[in-house]
Design a protein around this ligand. Structure first.
Ligand SMILES: [Zn+2]
Ligand SMILES: [Zn+2]
Length: 504
């Protein structure tokens, strides 16, 4: 049994214990919501087997023990029990390597980080804090959208994956405790709708700034219609004629599937980025034989990729001016604040990267595109002029300028990353340098998951350097917070044949 259930939860009770039945009930409820496959629950009656109580020195009833450690003793209110169990079990879950596949573990870990950071028990970024400006978040999204018409679909799938396996539904249970208490399908669906409204309305215990407000438009037995104002992905202040919130839509569908145990889909029918006042999502339960018609875009649709990309770069240019207004003149894109919790960005990058190797290269390519065409080129130009040189410069000067650019105060206003360092020049290897970036928002706080995650930033570095040296460099992330390193390290080299071209 224990091989299949790496987490052992033991509950000590007795028939005359008053607090035991409610706590037992709530424990089984919490476990029943997606954790029963990896938690084994065992109940011990201390009257029937007093030797067990003596062995573990049980003083109060009920006592809950998880993997031989006491986590609860005596009575406690429902919500506290729920929160405590969720917290403890999840922490054990992500520590047992054999438990679940790596991608599920990574997504669980993100959710725990998210929760810990918001309730103040852990800071993901010691030096620059856990909030990041909308600029890097929106630019990451838009450069992804610009790259390929396939991206909205991939983002939906990544969001769905996070919704199904990321245990976000336990956070919703904490927001709307009635959700976890009912087993009646119709009631549950209504409480889920309430929980979604709370999750995005930014007034309860979750101060994420993901959105500014949310309101249920309607809810019936199969369909929730939810309006969200100021959603970070859509608050670009430009009408671009297509929705930008596929990741959120996927997440809503995934969470619904996890909670209702039924296939679900979510469609964004109106988006703030299409000129509407708010984003409107329709979340629907699917009938058993119904399929989610959200399919891969067919290439017969003749989407002109180059045209699309050009269009998005015009949008990015226009948006950059708005970002500058927000950062320098406090002309905000949203009502209250343009800083959002990093957990808005993290699951996008992590869930995309975990899908397959192909998405890793999409992240790299879109980062590289933004590096070449994106905002900040004036600053780059200024730094070049200050050294009395002209681009293209040699490799060593280029890398040093890049370092100066990435650590410039103007670049750090968005709090996208913390300190940036550059490895010293090595005469043995003149065409190899390493850039080290601390507290990169997309990955900070994650632990060793045996994987690098920052393909997007690697691509961005490559694109920026290309402007300086006039050649396409190779940038590879050789250590990441995702491989247990305290910072992300990017190795920069050039192709063999290009080396002599960079000698001056
Ligand atoms: Zn939207
Ligand atoms: Zn990294």
């Amino acid at each position: 049994m224990s091989e299949n259930h790496p987490i052992r939860l033991v509950m000590f009770t007795s028939e005359d214990c008053l607090y035991c039945p409610p706590i037992e009930k709530i424990t089984l409820e919490v476990i029943g919501q997606g954790m029963d496959s990896f938690v084994h629950v065992h109940t011990i009656d201390v009257k029937a087997t007093p030797e067990a109580a003596t062995r573990y020195n049980i003083q109060h009833l009920p006592t809950l023990m998880i993997n031989e450690q006491i986590v609860l003793q005596g009575g406690m209110d429902d919500d506290s029990v729920r929160e405590l169990l969720w917290d403890t079990i999840m922490k054990h879950a992500v520590q047992s390597k054999e438990l679940i596949d790596q991608s599920k573990q990574s997504l669980l870990y993100l959710t725990i980080n998210f929760w810990d950071s918001l309730n103040g028990s852990k800071q993901l970024r010691q030096n620059i804090g856990d909030f990041i400006h909308l600029a890097p978040y929106q630019l990451t999204l838009l450069s992804l959208y610009s790259l390929d018409p396939l991206v909205p679909f991939l983002l939906y799938r990544a969001g769905q994956q996070l919704g199904i396996t990321g245990m976000l539904h336990h956070i919703l249970n904490l927001l709307e405790p009635r959700l976890g208490k009912t087993s009646k399908t119709q009631k549950k669906f209504r409480y889920l709708a309430d929980a979604f409204e709370l999750y995005f309305s930014d007034r309860e215990l979750l101060r994420t700034n993901f959105a500014e407000n949310a309101k249920l438009q309607s809810v019936n037995d199969r369909k929730i219609v939810l309006n969200i104002w100021g959603l970070a992905s859509a608050s670009i202040g430009i009408n671009i004629g297509e929705p930008l919130c596929d990741f959120t839509a996927g997440q809503l569908a995934g969470i619904t599937t996890a909670i209702m145990g039924t296939k679900s889909k979510c469609t964004e029918v109106q988006c703030h980025a299409m000129g509407y006042e708010y984003c409107q999502f329709e979340i629907e339960l699917l009938a058993p034989n119904e399929i989610d018609e959200r399919q891969l875009p067919s290439y017969e649709d003749k989407v002109d990729k180059a045209e699309r990309r050009e269009y998005f770069y015009e949008v990015i240019h226009e948006l950059t001016l708005k970002h500058e207004d927000s950062l320098f003149f406090r002309k905000l894109l949203r009502e209250r604040t343009d800083f959002i919790h990093v957990s808005a960005l993290q699951p996008i990058v992590v869930a995309l990267k975990l899908m397959d190797e192909f998405t890793g290269s999409i992240l790299y390519s879109s980062g590289r595109e933004l590096g070449i065409f994106g905002p900040g080129k004036e600053l780059l130009q200024k730094l070049v002029q200050r050294r009395n040189v002209q681009a293209p410069v040699d490799f060593s000067t280029g890398v040093s300028l890049l370092h100066e650019y990435l650590s410039h105060p103007a670049s750090s206003l968005t709090r996208e990353w913390g300190e940036v360092r550059l490895s010293p020049e090595d005469p043995e290897e003149p065409f190899r340098r390493v850039i080290m970036i601390e507290e990169y928002g997309a990955i900070s706080g994650i632990r060793d998951l045996g994987k690098t995650f920052c393909d997007y930033l690697a691509g961005y570095i490559a694109g920026r350097l290309q402007i300086l040296i006039g050649l396409d460099p190779i940038v590879k992330e050789i250590a990441c917070q995702g491989t247990g390193s305290p910072e992300c390290r990017f190795e920069i080299t050039v192709h063999q044949g290009q080396k002599e071209k960079t000698h001056h």
